[in-house]
Write a protein of this length. Structure first.
Length: 195
C-alpha cells in the first residue's frame, strides 16, 4: 500500500459514523495500516526493522555477522524467522538469539509471503534506511578473500587462512575453526587449499 492509499483509507475511515465503523469491524475485522509492508516483513512495520535477510541468505551455511550485531543492539527486541524455511537452516540463528538473550519467533502464517526469511525487529520505530544485508560472498570477495576460503565456512581451516581471515574480516571467525595438530595427523586438510 502506498502512503497516498494509506492516507486515503484513513481519511475514509475517519469520516464514517460510529455505526458504520462497528459494522465494518464486525464484517472485516480491525483495519490494518501498511498491510502490504507488514506482510513483506514477517508481520512487522519496516520502520521497526534493524536488519533483514532473504530466505536464500538464511539457507547459507554461514551466519551473517550483521545479524549478530543487530541482535546485540540495545534497540532490538526479537528475531523473526519465516516458517517457510527448514529448521536446519534457521537453527543457527535460533541458537544465536538464545545465546544473546533475545526471543525469537517463527511465523508460519500464509499472509507473510515474500522473499524475506529473517528480520531483527524493535518494539519502536528505528528508521534505519538500509536494512538489507549485503550478500556475504560478495562482501568477502570485495574485501579480497578467495572464493574457496569463503565457501569453507563451517569447516576447519589452516592457520594461514585463519590469520588472513582475522586480518581482513575478524567478525567472520564465528563461521570457521582452526585446524589443530590432531586434525593434521588424521589427514584433515584445509578446504581453502583443496583442488
Amino acid at each position: 500500500m502506498t502512503k497516498e492509499s494509506n492516507n486515503s483509507a484513513l481519511g475514509t475511515w475517519t469520516t464514517k459514523s460510529e455505526l458504520e465503523k462497528v459494522v465494518t469491524v464486525g464484517m472485516h475485522g480491525v483495519p490494518e495500516i501498511k498491510q502490504g509492508e507488514k506482510s513483506a516483513y514477517l508481520g512487522e512495520f519496516k520502520e521497526r526493522i534493524l536488519r533483514s535477510l532473504t530466505k536464500e541468505q538464511v539457507e547459507e551455511a554461514a551466519i551473517y555477522t550483521e545479524i549478530k550485531q543487530a541482535l546485540e543492539d540495545k534497540r532490538s527486541a526479537k528475531l523473526i524467522l519465516s516458517g517457510d524455511l527448514d529448521n536446519k537452516n534457521t537453527e543457527k540463528y535460533q541458537k544465536l538469539a538464545r545465546k544473546i538473550g533475545k526471543p525469537f519467533v517463527v511465523r508460519h502464517d500464509q499472509k507473510y509471503k515474500s522473499d524475506i526469511g529473517l528480520v531483527i525487529a524493535s518494539n519502536e520505530a528505528v528508521e534505519i534506511e538500509d536494512i538489507e544485508v549485503e550478500q556475504r560472498q560478495e562482501k568477502l570477495a570485495r574485501l579480497g578473500l578467495s572464493d574457496q576460503l569463503i565457501k569453507s565456512a563451517g569447516y576447519k581451516i589452516c592457520s594461514e587462512c585463519y590469520d588472513l581471515l582475522v586480518s581482513i574480516a575478524p567478525e567472520e571467525t564465528v563461521n570457521y575453526d582452526r585446524l589443530n595438530f590432531l586434525d593434521r595427523i588424521t589427514g584433515e586438510k584445509c578446504p581453502a587449499h583443496s583442488d
